[in-house]
Structures are given as structure tokens and as C-alpha cells.
Design a protein around this ligand. Structure first.
Ligand code: ATP
Length: 255
């Protein structure tokens, strides 16, 4: 397994707040990795650093052999990191199909004037994009809802659509920010199965922020625990479950 992502001494401060400090992680090809920690520990800030939303105060991010520190979010997406958000971000007024097609167009080769005039490559690529978007929707059992406005979908399906849209950019690394938040037990069970299926089907690595410990322990090969912006522990689910510093951080007391 090759090394896909590696950070060194990554940190981000907001004024006096050190949201993330000495954030040192690595992810290999095909791994499903958990990023857990109490509220305010810095998990979302870490995602925002990895995806170029924030420029780090210190440190470097190596992805797929390239230094991506300081690159813009759209450049990082094009290099192969995609994400979903804690608060789902879909284009609610657009159809389910259009939400996925928008992500595909990032990789389309036709120029804007061609698109306007519907000339040249546009017609062919438009058809290919349409077909691919429908294939993705079918894989996520959303094809029958292709023409529905995204905002009309139940919560669990909106989360699925957001993941499908993230995959349209063909990522090598998928970042999921609390995918189980707001899901009912049945939806969470389906999501648990879906995450491994995504990894195997699309041959990518996954970094997952999640508060649902049962889910994290079940699907993650390794877990990083953040506390007050610092990595408190790293290990496989058994090691994390039995780590006294982790237990203390979560329960406020040892044991
Ligand atoms: P949660 O589980 O509640 O989503 P989190 O682990 O994702 O929390 P972050 O949202 O990364 O934590 O926040 C880490 C710290 O950084 C918090 O103290 C937060 O208030 C602070 N912080 C995050 N973003 C900003 C910002 N843009 N400006 C100022 N402070 C911020």
C-alpha cells in the first residue's frame, strides 16, 4: 500500500485559539481512517486544512506525492481530495441529477463558449456526463429520484446524494464529516455498509469524522483521536478503546 497523504507539524490558529496543533497523520491507499474527538477538538478545522479552505499557520501537506500546502480548494479537488460537510451542502433547488452533473463538469474539457453555443465537444461530453451521473445515482439507489429537487429528499438520501456528488470528482481520498449525524439507526446501518463498499468499488481511501463510536469502531482500520487541537492517540479500534488518555478525554475521568 502506497502512502497517499502525509502531514507534518500542521497547525492552524485563529487569533489566540490554537484550533489544530502539530497535526501529524498519514493515510495509505485503501485505508479507512477515523478522526474522532470531543466537540471543539479541531476535527473540522483539520478537514478545512486538508481541503485548502484554510491555509495552515505552520506545516505541510503531502498528497499523492505532491506538496499541496496552500493550494486552493478547487485545485485540491482536481488533484483528488473530495469531501462532504457536517451540514449537508446541496443545491436544494436543483434536481438530484443536476447536483451530480455539476461535480462532473469540473473534469469536462469543453470551454465555456462551447457550452453556451452547444457546439463541438460539448454535445458529446454533455451526454457522457449525463450517463455517468445517472450511473452514480443508480449505484447509490437514487436513480428513481433523478428529477426530484434535492431539497425534497429525506435526510438520509440527501447524505447519500452528497457522497455520490463527491465521488463524481473521482477522488483518491474522500473526507466524510459526520456522515451519520441525524440518521436513524436503519440509515446508520446502511451507511456503515456503504462506506466499505465505496472504498472497495471506487478504490479510494476514506477519512471519517464521526461521533457514532459503534460505526467508527466497526469500519475504521486506524483511528486518530484529537483533543484540544492535538493528537492524543492513534491506533486500531482495540487500542483506542482501551487507551486510558482517550477514555479520560471522553469521560472526563479515568476508568
Ligand atoms: P465539532 O465536533 O463540535 O464539530 P470540531 O472538533 O470539528 O468540533 P472545530 O470546529 O475544528 O472542532 O473547532 C476547533 C476550535 O477552533 C474551536 O475552539 C472553535 O471555536 C475554533 N474555530 C474553528 N473555526 C474557527 C474560525 N473560523 N474562527 C475562529 N475560531 C474557530
Amino acid at each position: 500500500m502506497g502512502r497517499l497523504l502525509e502531514t507534518s507539524d500542521l497547525s492552524k490558529s485563529f487569533g489566540g485559539i490554537k484550533a489544530v496543533q502539530n497535526f501529524l497523520i498519514h493515510i495509505d491507499e485503501g485505508e479507512v481512517i477515523g478522526l474522532i474527538g470531543p466537540n471543539g477538538a479541531g476535527k473540522t478545522t483539520a478537514f478545512n486544512l486538508l481541503t485548502g479552505v484554510y491555509t495552515p499557520t505552520t506545516g505541510k501537506i503531502l498528497f499523492d506525492g505532491k506538496d499541496i500546502t496552500g493550494r486552493k480548494p478547487y485545485q485540491i479537488t482536481a488533484l483528488g481530495i473530495a469531501r462532504t460537510f457536517q451540514n449537508i451542502r446541496l443545491f436544494g433547488e436543483l434536481s438530484v441529477l443536476e447536483n451530480v452533473k455539476i461535480a462532473f463538469t469540473l473534469h469536462a474539457s469543453y470551454s465555456f463558449p462551447e457550452a453556451i453555443l452547444r457546439l463541438g465537444r460539448y454535445g458529446r461530453e454533455e451526454q457522457i456526463i449525463d450517463d455517468r451521473a445517472r450511473e452514480l445515482l443508480a449505484a447509490f439507489k437514487l436513480d428513481s429520484l433523478a428529477d426530484e429537487q434535492a431539497k425534497n429528499l429525506p435526510y438520509g438520501q440527501q447524505r447519500r446524494l452528497e457522497i455520490a456528488r463527491a465521488l463524481a470528482t473521482r477522488p483518491k481520498l474522500l473526507l466524510l464529516d459526520e456522515p451519520a449525524a441525524g440518521m436513524n439507526p436503519q440509515e446508520t446501518k446502511e451507511l456503515t455498509e456503504m462506506i466499505r463498499w465505496i472504498r472497495d468499488t471506487y478504490h479510494l481511501s476514506i477519512l471519517l469524522i464521526e461521533h457514532d463510536m459503534a460505526l467508527v469502531m466497526k469500519i475504521c482500520e486506524r483511528i486518530y483521536v484529537l483533543d484540544y487541537g492535538k493528537i492524543l492517540a492513534e491506533g486500531n479500534p482495540d487500542e483506542i478503546r482501551n487507551n486510558s488518555a482517550v477514555i479520560k478525554a471522553y469521560l472526563g475521568t479515568e476508568g
